[in-house]
Ligand binder design. Structure first.
Ligand code: ADP
Ligand code: MG
Length: 676
C-alpha cells in the first residue's frame, strides 16, 4: 500500500469518518500513522481482585451493580460493584454519571485507577474503563489514547491503527542510516510500532526519542541550509565611513552604551561585506535599539542607500519617524512616514519621493509592503519587533530592492538559547545586554484591590513631581460576562472621581489612527497626566517622563507581555514604578511573582518558556507550523545533540534529495524560519 493514499481507502474508514479526519488535517495514510497518542493507559499489568493492594491498579472485571446518587450540590457519586473470578470490589466515580450507561452492558472491562482507603473502606477511585472487546489486540497491554477528533472515538482510531499495523512495519527509513546508527536510534518503522503498539513503557520512550530527534533534525538542518544559502547571496556593499559615524555619535544627547557600540560595530562591519547582513538585534525593553538602527541608517544614507523601517503599529511607526527625524535631519537625511492614515495626494507625493530617492529613510507599518511602494535604491531594511511579523511580510519588504538588502531584525522579546539555536539558527545575533547608564531598575509590586486608595496616593505623589502615569486595562468596554476592567469605565471613574483634578487620556485600538496620534502627541508633550490604555502601548512606546504604570487585572496577562508593558516606564533617570493589580484577593500567580522579583527579560523569557512553552515566545501563528509533536524546544540537551548531527550531515556533503520525507520537511522549514 502507498503511504500517500487517501484515508477513505482504508478498511473501516467511511466517507463520514474520512471527512472528520480531513477536518483535523489528516488526509493520507502517512498523516494518520504519524498522528501520535497524547497519553497511554497501562494495562500491561493486570491484577486479579483477590491480589489487589493499595496504589495504582488495573483489573479486568464486569460491573454487577451501579448506582448514582447526589451527595450535595455539585457532587454526584457513582458507585459500582466490580467482579472477576477471584472476588468483588467497589469502584467510585465523582461526577461521572455517564459511567452508568457505559458499564451497564455487562461486558468485560479493564478498570485502571487508584485502589485506596477512602470513606472508611477500600475502593477503586475514579478508574478509567476500557471495553476489553474494543482492544485492537486481545492481549493485556499499554493502550494509546488519542486526542479526540471531532466525534471520533479513540477506540475507532485504535482500530484503524491496528489495520495499518502491517504497513507501519514496512515503512522505509526516513533519516540517513548513518545517523540512525551513530545516534543509536530505533528505525522509523520501529518508532511507529513502539508509539502505537508499545509492549513496554521503554518502547514508548525509545520511539519518542527517535521521533523527537527527527523533528528537530529537520528544523536544524533547515536553518543550517538557510545559513549556507545566505552566504551565497550578493547584496550591496555599504562603505563604513568613520568620520560620518563619529559625527553622528557626537551629536547624540547621551553617550552610547558599550553594548550599543558593539552592536553598531557589528552592523557596520556587515555592511561592508558582499553577503547581505542577516542580523537579529536583541535588546531588553529600553535598551536603546532605535538609535543603533538610526546610526546604521545614517551610514547607509551617506553612501546613497535608502533605509526602510517597518514597525507593527501606527503609534510606534509615528514615534520612530519622529525619533529618527530628530537624530538624522541635522545631517540632511530625510525621513518619511508611510502608514494607513497617509491618504490621497499626500500618499502619492510620498510614493513619488520614495521612488525618486528623495526620502532617505522610510518609516512605516505594513503599508510599506504594498505593491505601489517602489524604492530608488533600498540598501537597508529594519524590522522592529520582528516577532510581530510573519515570514511573508518580512520577505515582501526585502523584495523591494534590486539586490538583497541588509536586514536588521530587532526584538525586545528575548529569545531563549534553545530557540535561538533552532528557529533562528541561521542568524547573526547582537545583544544589547546593558541598559543606558542613567537607569534605575523599575520597582515592581503586586497590589490587591483592597489597597487601591493607598495605591492612588502613590501615583498622585509621582504626578505632583511632574511625572506621568499609565493605567492599563485588558478590555475596551465593560463586558457583562466577566469582571475585567475596561479602559472606558476606568477612564470615566478616574476622570470624574479619584483624579478629577488631573488630565486623563484614553487610548485603545478602536480609535482612529488620527485620534490615537493626537492622544500620544499630547501624552508625549506632557499635557496628559494619566493615560488609560489597552495594550496598544505595549510595544515600543517611549515617553521617558512617564514613571508609573498600573496594570489592572495583571494576572490576566502573559509574562512576556507584562515585562513589555513594564518597559514603558524606567526610560529616564527618574525612579519608576510598576504596580501589578490582581483581579481578586487570591494569591498571585507564579507569573506575577516572577515579574515582581526580576527585571531581567532574558531570565523571564526562560521562565516563560518553562511555564507556557515556546509558542508564546516564538509567535503563535508560526509555532503552530513547526509541527513538533514530540520534541520540545525547551529540551536543550536533545537540541544540542541534534544540532551536532545536522552540522555533521551538512559537512559530509550528503545529498538531501536522497531522503524524500526529510527533504520535504526541511524545505518547508526553510521557508518558514528564514528571515529573508
Ligand atoms: P528599545 O530598545 O526598547 O526600543 P528605545 O530605542 O525606545 O528602546 O530607547 C529607549 C529610550 O532610551 C529612548 O528615550 C532613547 O532616547 C534612550 N536612550 C537610548 N540610548 C541611550 C543611552 N545610551 N543613554 C541614555 N538614553 C538612551
Ligand atoms: Mg523599540
Amino acid at each position: 500500500m502507498n503511504l500517500n493514499v487517501p484515508l477513505q481507502q482504508i478498511k473501516g474508514i467511511g466517507e463520514k469518518t474520512a471527512a472528520e479526519f480531513e477536518a483535523a488535517g489528516l488526509h493520507t495514510v502517512n498523516d494518520l500513522i504519524h498522528f501520535l497518542p497524547r497519553a497511554y493507559e497501562d494495562f500491561s499489568h493486570v491484577t486479579t481482585i483477590a491480589d489487589i493492594h493499595p496504589g495504582k491498579m488495573t483489573i479486568k472485571a464486569r460491573c454487577e451493580k451501579i448506582t448514582t446518587r447526589p451527595v450535595r450540590r455539585g457532587l454526584r457519586i457513582t458507585t459500582a460493584t466490580l467482579a472477576d473470578e477471584t472476588g468483588k470490589l467497589q469502584a467510585v466515580w465523582f461526577n461521572q454519571p455517564y459511567r452508568e450507561t457505559q458499564l451497564k452492558s455487562g461486558e468485560e472491562f479493564y478498570f485502571s485507577g487508584v485502589f485506596e482507603f477512602n470513606f472508611n473502606k477500600y475502593q477503586l477511585t475514579n478508574p478509567s474503563a476500557e471495553k476489553v472487546s474494543d482492544m485492537p489486540v486481545h492481549t493485556d497491554r499499554i493502550l494509546p489514547i488519542y486526542r479526540s477528533i471531532h466525534g471520533l472515538k479513540t477506540t475507532l482510531v485504535r482500530k484503524i491503527m491496528n489495520e495499518l499495523r502491517p504497513l507501519m512495519s514496512m515503512v522505509p527509513e526516513t533519516l540517513p542510516i548513518s545517523i540512525v546508527k551513530s545516534e543509536n536510534l530505533v528505525s522509523h518503522s520501529d518508532a511507529l510500532l513502539g508509539i502505537h503498539f508499545p509492549e513496554a513503557i521503554d518502547d514508548i520512550s525509545k520511539a519518542k526519542e527517535r521521533i523527537g530527534f527527527e523533528e528537530l533534525f529537520a528544523l536544524l538542518l533547515a536553518s543550517q541550509l538557510n545559513r549556507i544559502e545566505n552566504q551565497k547571496l550578493r547584496g550591496w556593499r555599504i562603505h563604513f565611513d568613520r568620520t560620518i559615524v563619529k559625527a553622528f555619535v557626537l551629536k547624540l544627547p547621551f553617550e552610547l552604551t558599550g553594548a550599543q557600540r558593539r552592536a553598531a560595530w557589528d552592523i557596520l562591519q556587515d555592511f561592508e561585506k558582499k553577503v547581505p547582513m542577516n542580523r537579529l538585534l536583541q535588546g531588553d525593553v529600553g535598551s536603546g535599539k532605535t538609535v543603533v538602527a538610526g546610526l546604521a541608517a545614517r551610514q547607509a544614507a551617506h553612501e546613497g542607500f535608502q533605509t526602510a523601517v517597518m514597525a507593527p503599529t501606527e503609534i510606534l511607526a509615528t514615534q520612530h519617524a519622529q525619533t529618527l527625524s530628530t537624530l538624522l535631519s541635522p545631517f540632511g537625511v530625510t525621513v518619511g512616514l508611510l502608514t494607513g492614515s497617509v491618504k490621497g495626494k499626500a500618499r502619492q507625493t510620498l510614493y513619488d519621493a520614495i521612488k525618486k530617492g528623495d526620502v532617505d529613510v522610510v518609516v512605516g507599518t505594513h503599508a510599506l509592503i504594498q505593491s505601489s511602494v517602489n524604492f530608488h535604491r533600498l540598501g537597508f531594511v529594519v524590522i522592529d519587533e520582528q516577532h510581530r511579523f510573519g515570514v511573508n511580510q518580512r520577505h515582501a519588504l526585502l523584495l523591494k530592492s534590486a539586490h538583497m538588502p541588509h536586514l536588521l531584525a530587532m526584538t525586545a522579546t528575548p529569545i531563549p538559547r534553545s530557540l535561538a539555536l533552532t528557529v533562528y539558527g541561521e542568524l547573526d545575533v547582537s545583544v544589547l545586554n546593558e541598559l543606558p547608564k542613567n537607569r534605575t531598575p523599575v520597582a515592581t509590586k503586586i497590589w490587591s484591590p483592597n489597597s487601591r486608595m493607598q495605591l492612588y496616593g502613590l501615583i498622585e505623589s509621582q504626578l505632583i513631581k511632574g511625572r506621568q502615569a499609565y493605567v492599563i486595562c485588558s478590555l475596551i468596554d465593560n463586558n457583562p460576562d466577566n469582571e475585567l476592567k475596561s479602559v472606558q469605565a476606568e477612564f470615566k471613574r478616574l476622570d470624574q472621581k479619584e483624579f478629577k483634578h488631573r488630565t486623563i487620556g484614553l487610548l485603545h485600538g478602536k480609535m482612529t489612527a488620527t485620534e490615537k496620534n493626537e492622544i500620544m502627541k499630547r501624552f508625549t508633550a506632557g499635557k496628559i497626566d494619566i493615560l488609560v490604555s489597552t495594550t496598544v502601548v505595549e510595544v515600543g512606546v517611549d515617553v521617558p517622563n512617564a514613571t508609573v504604570i498600573l496594570i489592572e487585572d495583571a494576572d490576566h496577562f502573559g509574562l512576556a507581555q507584562l515585562h513589555q508593558l513594564r518597559g514603558r516606564v524606567g526610560r529616564s533617570a527618574h525612579q519608576s514604578y510598576c504596580y501589578l493589580m490582581v483581579s481578586s484577593s487570591k494569591t498571585p500567580s507564579r507569573r506575577l511573582k516572577e515579574v515582581e522579583k526580576s527585571n531581567d527579560g532574558f531570565y523571564l523569557a526562560e521562565v516563560d518558556l518553562r511555564l507556557r512553552g515556546p509558542g508564546e515566545i516564538y509567535g503563535r501563528a508560526q509555532h503552530g507550523e513547526l509541527n513538533l509533536q514530540v520534541a520540545s524546544l525547551a529540551d536543550t540537551k536533545l537540541i544540542a545533540r541534534t544540532q551536532k548531527a545536522a552540522k555533521a550531515f551538512v559537512e559530509s556533503g550528503a545529498d538531501l534529495l536522497h531522503y524524500h520525507q526529510l527533504h520535504r520537511d526541511v524545505t518547508q522549514y526553510q521557508r518558514l524560519t528564514t528571515l529573508n
